[in-house]
Design a protein around this ligand. Structure first.
Ligand code: MG
Length: 473
């Protein structure tokens, strides 16, 4: 080998060695109730999100990415386990007085990565169990800072009517098990989460890390810090989302400052669709400017139309080529298998995962993965299945056992059931009809039959292979 080539080879080896030795870092920025249409890059004309728009230009943006449930707790169980909510033992929203949560036998992303040398932090809204054995720092996270549950909940009987004056609440801010403030000043939450996240990044710059940052907002009641409240011409909802955009920018800038941009995969997404309720200042969802947009999608938080479960998703860093958009169907269930593959960690054999690794897709081949059905669960009930462009709402001729306190939904001043009794299945072509407005079941009986069979087979297998609900003493 010519001397100059030898020198080049040596330099390449030197450059490659630390990269090969160092596993990728992972950052999950998980908005709460942020709608599909709420970011500039997803078509919002009222909310300014320059940092998230730029993150999309620097990475990969999904157009068909899903949360695993149309509301908080089940979605959180799925993002951390790679398993559907029913399988992971958290089919429904948890309330502070409940003795249940994510079962300790479930394996979280943090528990998976920790033995491989990862520092792990959960900063933000946990909502996977308030009893002590179910808290984040006992589910694989080195520490927890944030709220134990939603910012509209308090330690009160679940059937007590919502209090009009949330100022009376004792909503606690926790630093591990210590209550540092109650009621927490919600205006400060996004800023304080961001500060703790930056501290964590600095402290762990020399080792691999997992930062799980489930934001409190734009879940209602809405708040933004002084720097953001009233700054957007479009109300408090936009203020709160613009502060999340700021927070994302601070974290991305810090990664750059620390020289970690290339080595860190950052994922931004949402746990379910927008509340999108009338802002009447009186109703449960009218507090403090509830809003949000599902863009062109039908439905919203709390139902299995696209608007309830299809969410923004942007991935950046760790080898993802910039500037791409993919129509590939993917979901938060895919994060655990993807991170495991990138970190070189094997999930334990015999544990069924509902997600799959997106690694080939993230490496640049936007059409890399074969079609796979996606299942839309409302609580424990399977309501719809998507395969490719087709989405089938299953025939549902009786209400299931009441699975949770979430039963009614407020819309246009009327209570409507979450559950849809469907005497006939409905089929939608999501490519031609993104708004799910034209039922074509009558034109495609063979597809209805096929997708019904896919759904029934899947659901029966799921029932045989699920972690039971876990109750603390
Ligand atoms: Mg939510």
């Amino acid at each position: 080998m010519a001397p100059v080539l030898r020198l080049l080879a040596a330099l390449l080896l030197l450059a490659a060695a630390p990269l090969a030795a160092q596993k990728p870092n992972f950052v999950i920025l998980f908005a709460d109730d942020l709608g599909y249409g709420d970011l500039g890059v997803y078509g919002s004309s009222t909310i300014r999100t320059p940092r998230l728009d730029r993150m999309a230009r620097e990475g990969l943006r999904f157009t068909d990415f899903y949360a695993a449930a149309p509301f908080c707790s089940p979605s959180r169980a799925s993002i951390l386990t790679g398993r559907l909510p029913v399988r992971a033992g958290v089919p429904n929203v948890l309330f502070p007085t409940e003795r249940t949560g994510l079962p300790p036998e479930e394996l979280t992303l943090a528990e998976l990565l920790k033995p491989a040398g990862y520092a792990t932090a959960a900063i933000g809204k946990w909502h996977l169990g308030w009893p002590e054995p179910l808290r984040a720092q006992r589910q694989g996270f080195d520490f927890f800072f944030g709220l134990p549950y939603s910012n509209d909940m308090d330690e009160k009987p679940a059937d007590e009517p919502f209090r009009a004056q949330h100022a009376l609440w004792r909503l606690p801010l926790l630093d591990n098990d210590a209550v540092v403030e109650a009621p927490v000043r919600q205006q400060t939450l996004t800023r304080r989460y961001t500060e703790r996240a930056v501290e964590f990044l600095r402290r762990n710059r020399d080792r691999p890390f997992l930062l799980y940052l489930p934001h409190t907002f734009p879940h209602t009641p809405l708040y933004a810090s002084e720097d953001f409240e009233g700054r957007s011409p479009h109300g408090l909802y936009a203020d709160a989302v613009e502060e999340l955009d700021w927070s994302t920018g601070v974290i991305l800038d810090e990664l750059e400052e620390l020289g970690l941009t290339e080595r860190t995969m950052v994922v931004f997404t949402s746990d379910n669709g927008p509340t999108r309720a009338p802002n009447d200042g009186k109703g449960r969802f009218g507090w403090r400017g509830a809003g949000g947009s599902a863009g062109p999608l039908r439905g919203r938080k709390g139902n299995t139309f696209e608007g309830g479960m299809r969410v923004p998703a942007i991935f950046r860093g760790a080898g993802i080529p910039p500037g791409r958009t993919t129509p590939q169907v993917a979901s938060i269930l895919d994060l655990l298998p993807t991170f495991a593959a990138l970190a070189g960690v094997e999930p334990p054999a015999g544990r069924t995962l509902d997600g799959r690794s997106l690694a080939p897709l993230l490496a640049g081949d936007v059409e890399a993965l074969p079609e796979k059905p996606f299942f839309y669960y409302f609580g424990a009930q399977l309501q719809a299945v998507r395969l490719g462009r087709w989405k089938l709402f299953l025939q549902i001729d009786q209400y299931p056992e009441r699975p949770s306190s979430i039963w009614y939904d407020l819309q246009d001043g009327l209570f409507e059931r979450h559950y849809r009794l469907l005497p006939q299945p409905e089929l939608y072509d999501l490519e031609a009809d993104i708004a799910e407005s034209h039922d074509v079941a009558g034109e495609h009986p063979e597809l209805v039959e096929l997708l019904t069979r896919v759904a029934d087979t899947h659901d029966a297998a799921l029932r045989r292979d699920s972690t039971p609900l876990y109750f603390t003493q």
